[in-house]
Write a protein that binds this ligand. Structure first.
Ligand code: VGL
Ligand code: ZN
Length: 211
């Protein structure tokens, strides 16, 4: 069992309509994380949620690139960019947090991916690997040392947030039943779990937490 203590934070990554069944970039079984996260949220002294929040015509949208299809990979200024269906367009219902997520427990809602020309998978640093979101500073000022992660998708934004959380000096714990993966291409989830393990991110289930 792992006791939740002062200095712990829960980051709820991108639990938004577009990543849930029926959404534009649905993660299989994505909405299954909602009751799991609701159950544990109030045990954490700090809870932050992120929203993927793209302007219309965002660089990560396949529709922005002539002759390209969703899930193709392109090079943009030397970095690989997966092209996605249009998703989480700012101000649309698809970008809203899932309606059943207990938003009253959230201290901060952080929006990322807001630059039309740069994607941001991680809640800490944009995909240009230079621009920070300010989250590390916020957590540090709140005295946070350990970050627990749940949300969508395990192999995309949760993975990136876990690795950057480690780089920012936090302990990071992945709550596996509080996450779901896209797993495109197949094997992407397994690869992401290996990368997180290699970065010293332990994987726990929420029934191993105690308040
Ligand atoms: C995400 C793909 C594109 C995610 C965000 O939240 O995992 N995936 N944008
Ligand atoms: Zn996105």
């Amino acid at each position: 069992m792992e006791r939740i203590q002062p200095g712990d934070a829960l980051i709820v990554v991108d639990v938004q309509n577009d990543f849930c069944p029926g959404g534009a970039l649905a993660v299989p079984d994505g909405d299954a994380v909602v009751p799991v996260i609701n159950r544990i949220m109030r045990a954490f002294p700090v809870v932050v949620a992120t929203q993927d929040w793209h302007p219309d015509g965002h660089i990560s949208f396949a529709s922005r690139h002539v002759g390209r299809e969703p899930f193709q990979v392109v090079q943009i200024e030397g970095t690989e960019q997966v092209l996605w269906p249009d998703h989480c367009v700012e101000g649309t219902p698809g970008a809203d947090l899932h309606p059943d997520l207990d938003a009253t427990a959230l201290r901060v809602v952080l929006r990322k991916g807001t630059n039309p020309e740069v994607d941001s998978y991680s809640a800490f640093v944009e995909n240009d690997r230079m621009t920070t979101t300010g989250l590390a500073g916020l957590l540090r000022e709140l005295g946070v040392q350990r970050v627990f992660l749940g949300g969508l998708a395990t192999d995309v934004c949760v993975r990136a947030t876990a690795l950057d959380g480690r780089r920012a000096g936090f302990q990071v714990i992945l709550l596996e039943d509080a996450c779901r993966a896209v797993d495109v291409p197949p094997g992407n989830l397994e690869k992401a779990l290996e990368e997180m393990k290699a970065a010293d991110v332990p994987i726990l289930r929420t029934d191993e937490l105690e308040a």
